[in-house]
Every structure is written in structure tokens, then in C-alpha cells.
Design a protein around this ligand. Structure first.
Ligand code: ADP
Ligand code: ZN
Length: 529
């Protein structure tokens, strides 16, 4: 190497080795870091575990001044700062958890040039005192972490992020780097627009996580199904189990513990000391299972999480990808397992219908749910479908359930017509709406008390669907929901026709369906489906 070559990459590499103890950059890290050190803006899409942090930490150390990192993950700032301090990097943070004295200390350190990195919660920038403070110091760069939070179409919008467009106006000479681990093509573009990253270089890594095995199964008895999975495939492994409600978090953790699997709960309703104890046990101990609401895991860097299990349907593909991405950061084989059933769809539709926010917001939530359902009911490779959702392409992967045990697809047009016309008749002849259970009983011709009460045995469709079993009809309903030929509404999950139903009823559309491959059944009775 000659002495006149640009010193920048060398200096970055020096810092990588000396401060962080790594030999070489990974993927596009080197290029990203060069761009920012050179004063350019960057937009980085990289999956969880890809190594985003170094992309702003190293430029912060190489450029003069303080790297200001904007992050919504307030709970993690202390950990991040501690980890950096241990490496000899001078770091501090400002957020709402601090008292006046703690804040003043950090501000002093910032002003006197004693910091390399300053972590800021986005809402801090709303405070005039903060922007004045930043004006008085020297800023090396702005890093905008979790940049997808600026997107109103994304799954994790945070209004405070919208203000970040002003960074460039106020500090036009400071380079900015925006980073995210989840963004569809539309969100990607929206980040660039909303943050005014007009001249930024875009770095888009592959979102594929080849070591993660994806599997989605119909929900039967979810706790029992989970236990089977852990016993047969992950004995003694560390993992995360996600549930939607605090109540089911508690129950599932207790159930696993009773069955000899060490598990602890984690949700926002727990005492903060219990929460942080459970979190640090998870980080430190081998083979602990954390049962959590989605609040758990953001930014947690545990390399050997061997499985992520969902007992409830995630609200969006982005969320699913982000949560499953916490498995297997060390690159070793790991499992992403999800159990879902009709009841999930009913519950989520209800949450959408009753959610605050305008019609556009509810439409957004609906579109997210539809995409998630489509992933669940796909007959092709899960990974390809997942990547396609993020605008990337891949061949059938050989490491997901649909690749390993291809589900048959079958022509479900006739059952679909039978089901939809039952709903049509209830609605138009009787002015009634019912949930899946009653509609299936009618199709099967079951003379239950409720059937007699409503004289449903007199309907012409009574008993016309005996060629399928109860569980198969549930599968038909799930798939009609996923294909939007049907929807659910209200507290009881009543089935309602959509604008597209007419196409099936009028025989203008074929409906292809997925037949669940035979799996070993658990002994217990089904509870939901
Ligand atoms: P992300 O924020 O993208 O999820 P992190 O920045 O937390 O990922 O990095 C994930 C892990 O990879 C961390 O343990 C980090 O120390 C490690 N890592 C990052 N870059 C490198 C590198 N160039 N060489 C070795 N390990 C790296
Ligand atoms: Zn596959």
C-alpha cells in the first residue's frame, strides 16, 4: 500500500480491529461506513443481526464530533451505552427516564467534546432545549435507527419520526444514515422521501435468513403443539414464544414450566424488576424460554436463540419477519414456528374494527392482516413469499414446511360455493349472520339445539356439505378469508360476504385451496381452529 492512498478506509478498519475486535467488515458494511465517513447520506436495509450498529458507530468514531443516534428503543439505551463503554467508547443517552441531574451530566459531556456517541429518543428533538444543545456542540453524523417508524404505511409508525425530516434543514452539512431491518419496497421509498434523503446512497442487503426454517401450522391445541415441538426438536434450547395477550403469556409460561421446560413470562404488565431479571436471565443462561408479548426482543442481541414460536397470528408480515429474525443470529439452524387458526382472524378483525384512528388507518391494518393470511395459506415456498413481500426474489428454498412437505392444492370451487351460498341464504332469506361453527353445522347437517332453535334444518343448504369434515371446512373458511372471498366482523366473528364473493357464487372464479399435509396429531382435543 502506498502512503498517498486515501486514509479513510484504513482508519475505519483500524477502529473495527482495535475497538471492536473484528477482523473484517461484513457484507456492505465497509462501503456504508466509507460513504458516511466521506460526508454522504446512506439508507441501509439490512436484516436483524446483519451488523447495522457498526455502520454508524465506526463513522462516529472516525469523524470529528459526536455521532447522534436517534432510536425509539428507550429501554435499551442503557444497555447499548454500557456495552460501548466496556469497549472504551464514550457514549451517553438522553431520554425521558432520566432525572434533571443525569441529563445535565450527559449534556455537559456532549458540550465539552467528551462523547463519541449520543443516543436520543426521537421525542427529545421536540424540545427546543435539545436542538439548542445540539447547535452548541459538534455533530459527526445523525443515525436514524428503526427508520421504518417514519412510514405511515408500515407496521410501526411513530409520529415523532416525522420531525426527523427537519434534521437536514437545520444541520445541512451533517451526514445522515437511516437504518432498518424491515421495509417493503413501498416503505423503503417512503423512508427516503419523508427523511429527505434525496441524495442518499441506498444499501439493500438480502433479507434472506437461510438458517431459519419456517413452518406454519393450523392451530389445534396450541400449548400442546408447542410442547411437542420443543420436546422433539428443541430440547434444552433457548427460544422465544410470542403470545398476543398478557394472560396467555402467563398461562403458557406456567404450562411449559409444569411440563419440565424452564420458561419465564415477559410483558408490560409485570413489575419492571421482574421484567429486567427475566430478560437478563434469558441473555445469560443457556436454554431458557421466554414467553412474551411482542414488546420483548427489540434490539436484544442473543446469538443462540434456536426457535421463535408464535401462538397467535402476528398482525403483519413485517412484524412476523422482525420477530422471527431474532432466531439464529449466530447462523446455526433455527426454527420459526407459527400456529394460527380461524379464531385469530376473528380476533384481529375485531381489533381492527374497534381500533382508534380513521378509515385509512383501519384499511392499512386490514391490508397487513391480509398479507399475513396469504403467507399462512400459501402453497408455495414460505421464504420466497416472505422475500417477495419485501420486493426480493428467491427460488424455492428447501428449508420451509411447504418446500419439505408440499401441500397439495385442490380445486375448492364447489365447497367454496356451498359455503358462500349458505352464508348468502342466512343473510338474505333469514336476515341472519352467524360465525363459523353454526355455518359448518348447517353444511354438515347437524341437528344441534341451536340449529333447531333457528330452524336451520329447513334451509335448502342444510346437510349439503358432508363430503368434508369439520376441520376441513375450517380450512376452507380460512382460505376464503385469506383470498378475500369472505370476511368476518363483530364480537362473535360472524361471516360476511365481500364484493368478490359474487365471482365465486356466480361460477366465474375457480378457488384453489391448500390441503394441509398429514402431520402427527397430538392426542388432545381441539380447542380452536
Ligand atoms: P443489527 O443491528 O443489524 O441487528 P448488530 O449491529 O447488533 O446487528 O450486529 C449483530 C452481531 O454481529 C453483533 O454481535 C455484532 O457485534 C456482530 N458483528 C457486526 N459486524 C461484525 C463484523 N464485521 N465482524 C464480526 N461480527 C460482527
Ligand atoms: Zn421454502
Amino acid at each position: 500500500m502506498t502512503e498517498t492512498t486515501d486514509a479513510l478506509p484504513t482508519e475505519a478498519l483500524e477502529v473495527l480491529r482495535r475497538t471492536f475486535g473484528y477482523d473484517a467488515f461484513r457484507g456492505e458494511q465497509g462501503d456504508i461506513i466509507d460513504t458516511v465517513i466521506g460526508g454522504g447520506d446512506a439508507l441501509v436495509l439490512m436484516p436483524t443481526g446483519g451488523g447495522k450498529s457498526l455502520c454508524y458507530q465506526i463513522p462516529s468514531l472516525v469523524r470529528s464530533g459526536v455521532g447522534v443516534v436517534i432510536s425509539p428503543l428507550i429501554a435499551l439505551m442503557q444497555d447499548q451505552v454500557d456495552a460501548l463503554t466496556a469497549l472504551g467508547v464514550r457514549a451517553g443517552f438522553l431520554n425521558s427516564t432520566q432525572d434533571f441531574e443525569q441529563r445535565r451530566e450527559v449534556e455537559q459531556a456532549f458540550l465539552s467534546g467528551e462523547l463519541d456517541l449520543l443516543y436520543l429518543a426521537p421525542e427529545r428533538l421536540r424540545v427546543e432545549a435539545t436542538t439548542r444543545l445540539l447547535d452548541q456542540g459538534k455533530i459527526a453524523l445523525f443515525a436514524i435507527d428503526e427508520a421504518h417508524c417514519v412510514s405511515q404505511w408500515g407496521h410501526d409508525f411513530r409520529p415523532d419520526y416525522l420531525m426527523l425530516s427537519e434534521l437536514h434543514e437545520r444541520w445541512p452539512d451533517v451526514p445522515r444514515i437511516a437504518l432498518t431491518a424491515t421495509a417493503t419496497e413501498a416503505t423503503h421509498q417512503e423512508i427516503a422521501t419523508r427523511l429527505n434523503l434525496t441524495d442518499a446512497k441506498h444499501f439493500v442487503a438480502s433479507f434472506d435468513r437461510p438458517n431459519i426454517h419456517y413452518r406454519i401450522v393450523p392451530k389445534d391445541n396450541p400449548q400442546r403443539q408447542l410442547l411437542d415441538l420443543l420436546r422433539t426438536e428443541h430440547p434444552g434450547d433457548a427460544g422465544i414464544v410470542y403470545c398476543l395477550s398478557r394472560n396467555s403469556v402467563e398461562k403458557t409460561a406456567a404450562f411449559l414450566t409444569q411440563n419440565g421446560i424452564e420458561a419465564v413470562p415477559y410483558h408490560a404488565g409485570l413489575d419492571s424488576r421482574v421484567r429486567s431479571r427475566n430478560q437478563s436471565r434469558f441473555l445469560r443462561e443457556d436454554g431458557l424460554v421466554v414467553v412474551a408479548t411482542i414488546a420483548f426482543g427489540m434490539g436484544i442481541d442473543k446469538p443462540d436463540v434456536r426457535f421463535v414460536a408464535h401462538l397467535d397470528l402476528p398482525k403483519s408480515v413485517e412484524g412476523y419477519y422482525q420477530e422471527t429474525g431474532r432466531a439464529g443470529r449466530d447462523g446455526l439452524p433455527s426454527t420459526a414456528w407459527l400456529a394460527y387458526g380461524l379464531q385469530d382472524v376473528v380476533q384481529q378483525r375485531k381489533m381492527i374494527d374497534t381500533s382508534e384512528g380513521d378509515l385509512a388507518h383501519r384499511r392499512r391494518l386490514s391490508a397487513h392482516l391480509d398479507a399475513m393470511l396469504a403467507l399462512c395459506e400459501t402453497v408455495s415456498c414460505r421464504r420466497s413469499q416472505l422475500l417477495a413481500y419485501f420486493g426480493q426474489h428467491g427460488d424455492a428454498c428447501g428449508n420451509c414446511d411447504t418446500c419439505n412437505t408440499p401441500p397439495e392444492s385442490w380445486d375448492g370451487t364447489i365447497p367454496a360455493q356451498k359455503l358462500l351460498s349458505t352464508i348468502y341464504r342466512l343473510q338474505h332469506e333469514r336476515n341472519q349472520k352467524f360465525g363459523a361453527g353454526q355455518v359448518i353445522d348447517i353444511l354438515l347437517g347437524k341437528e344441534t339445539e341451536k340449529v333447531r332453535q333457528f330452524r336451520h334444518e329447513q334451509l335448502s343448504v342444510f346437510g349439503i356439505g358432508t363430503e368434508l369434515k369439520d376441520t376441513e371446512w375450517r380450512g376452507v373458511i380460512r382460505q376464503l378469508l385469506a383470498q378475500r372471498f369472505l370476511t368476518v366482523e363483530g364480537d362473535y366473528g360472524t361471516l360476511v360476504l365481500t364484493d368478490d364473493s359474487a365471482e365465486v357464487l356466480g361460477r366465474r372464479r375457480e378457488v384453489m385451496m391448500r390441503r394441509e399435509p398429514e402431520r402427527t396429531k397430538s392426542k388432545s382435543r381441539s380447542s380452536s381452529g
